[in-house]
Design a binder for this molecule. Sequence first.
Ligand SMILES: [Zn+2]
Length: 65
Amino acid sequence: MNSPSRVGETVTCPTCESDEITYDGWLDCGSIDVRCEDCGSRWCELWQFTGIAMIEGEDNREVES
Ligand SMILES: [Zn+2]
């Protein structure tokens, strides 16, 4: 069973297909910098907002239908 957080996520280098990739930062402005340790390629993972998950408190927003 796949973890939802990994669906569609690039886990290998798009240039050399190595899995020796390093995340250079954290989610910032909808993208994360990634680089390949083998060939030196760098790219951004682009993220799209899909919703929220409450950590504390109640979600009291009205759900429009
Ligand atoms: Zn590479």
